[in-house]
Design a protein around this ligand. Structure first.
Ligand SMILES: NC(=O)C1=CN([C@@H]2O[C@H](COP(=O)(O)OP(=O)(O)OC[C@H]3O[C@@H](n4cnc5c(N)ncnc54)[C@H](O)[C@@H]3O)[C@@H](O)[C@H]2O)C=CC1
Ligand SMILES: O=C(O)CCC(=O)C(=O)O
Length: 413
């Protein structure tokens, strides 16, 4: 099939992919006709990011690149953002929405990878392997069963029972662990997992506590000295969620005091920008801590799938206008359009805009073949299919762009 005609030549649409996003993403763009794909293995320092994003139509990032309102203000041509990961906290989602820019992510593709790592870490911590390994590295030998336990029969407490938390629970039950969980939402228990009355009950009963909440205002520093004090003496803590969720100084203190028996930490309040930068953390050098460089979701399987998943969402938005599964934007699922032109109009959600949109077609006697509208508190997204010729479509777009409150317009084909 010949590539679909878009209003803007596909080869001129610049796709900027940062942070070593899988080559599968590049393949997906190229297969869809988007040949202008620029890749970087790392995140860019802010000044370079601002330059690189200035003429980009699509940008793909992972967890390191901060797309703040200020950075987005420089990205005048940006049509959509792809987070090639789950977390979207690194993007100012409201600023993106008010610039008419939907943000897409990959909500599932790396969840199994995180769950497997967490289960492995729970076993390692219960056996005291991190400190035994550290001693061996120093030429020591402490062959002893003291403080070393089977996972079977122990209690795993999961805070945040979502896509990752539930999989951790299922895997842990396979090992014979008891699973309890705490979530702010009512959740269906999988297997024999049991919701605790509250976080305190989970902390008081768990041998290993693992955190799987998103970064939000409510989860920021939700795990501090008071929560650690409520954990069973010698219990272990795993954090593969976000570095801001745990008070890292309080964790270091609880490890030094011995109240927490061991920890596995994959995410940090301040993470190095790239592989050449050093990790700075109060946890460095503590033997009973497993430190990993934010690799919970970094398996080839996960990254390959994420590359395809997010690139396909960006291509679909570019080709067809669909915003299904966007995290910050009214979601519109659109049929393929066989007629002549599809016009997109993104506007502030204020009264009267839709009637102004429709007036434009009525005044010109142009029949609307199909219209799709979704709004949220900030923004309205209306897609209009019309049988018009190229000149009419160009004129219609200009008329739509002149409506007060318009954030962005496009003609697809
Ligand atoms: N280390 C890594 O490489 C990775 C880290 N992540 C992090 O893991 C997080 C969780 O991922 P998913 O399980 O896929 O997300 P999810 O959205 O499926 O689940 C999160 C759960 O946390 C619950 N929750 C939210 N606030 C809470 C609170 N204050 N107390 C208790 N529960 C709360 C939610 O109701 C939801 O059930 C992501 O947001 C991301 O930040 C995700 C993938 C890879
Ligand atoms: O792999 C990454 O870059 C980030 C993984 C992560 O934290 C996420 O998916 O939210």
């Amino acid at each position: 099939m010949p590539p679909k005609k878009t209003s803007y030549p596909k080869q001129d649409i610049k796709v900027l992919l940062l942070e070593g996003i899988s080559p599968n993403a590049v393949e997906t763009f190229r297969a869809a006709g988007y040949s202008n794909v620029v890749t970087h293995a790392k995140s860019l320092p802010e000044d370079e990011l601002r330059k690189a994003i200035a003429d980009a139509h699509f940008v793909g990032i992972r967890s390191r690149t901060q797309l703040s309102a200020e950075v987005l203000a420089d990205a005048k041509r940006l049509m959509a953002i792809g987070c090639f990961c789950i977390g979207t906290n690194q993007v100012d989602l409201d600023a993106a929405e008010l610039a008419g820019v939907p943000v897409f992510n990959a909500p599932y593709s790396n969840t199994r990878s995180v769950a497997e790592l967490v289960l492995a870490e729970a076993i390692m911590l219960l056996r005291g392997i991190p400190q035994k390994s550290a001693q061996c590295h120093r030429g020591g030998w402490s062959k002893s069963a003291a403080g070393s336990h089977e996972a079977r029969g122990k209690t795993l407490g999961i805070v945040g029972y979502g896509h990752i938390g539930t999989q951790v629970g299922v895997l842990a039950e396979g090992l014979g662990m008891q699973v309890v969980f705490h979530d702010i939402e009512t959740k269906l228990s999988l297997g024999n997992a049991r919701a605790t009355r509250d976080l305190d009950e989970l902390l008081a009963t768990s041998d290993v506590v693992t955190l799987h909440v998103p970064e939000t205002a409510a989860t920021r520093l939700m795990f501090g000295a008071p929560q650690m004090a409520k954990m069973k003496p010698g219990a272990h803590l795993i954090n593969a969620s976000r570095g801001t969720v745990v008070d890292i100084d309080a964790l270091a203190a609880a490890l030094h005091s011995g109240h927490i028996g061991g920890a596995a930490v994959d995410v940090f309040p301040e993470e190095p920008k790239g592989n050449d930068d050093p990790l700075v953390s109060p946890l460095l050098g503590i033997d009973n801590v497993i430190l990993t460089p934010h690799v919970g979701g970094s398996t080839l399987e996960a990254q390959d799938n994420i590359g395809i998943e997010v690139a396909a969402k960006l291509v679909r938005y570019s080709d067809n206008g669909s915003t299904l599964s966007a995290v910050n934007f009214p979601e519109v699922t659109l049929p393929e359009h066989a007629g002549s032109h599809r016009l997109l109009h993104i506007h502030r959600n204020v009264p009267g805009v839709l009637s102004r949109v429709n007036e434009i077609f009525g005044q010109r006697g142009i029949n609307i073949d199909g219209q799709f509208l979704r709004t949220d508190a900030n923004v309205g997204y209306v897609v209009i299919d019309v049988s018009a010729d190229d000149a009419q479509a160009t004129e219609l777009r200009a008329a739509l762009a002149a409506i007060p409150g318009t954030l962005r317009t496009r003609v697809l084909y």
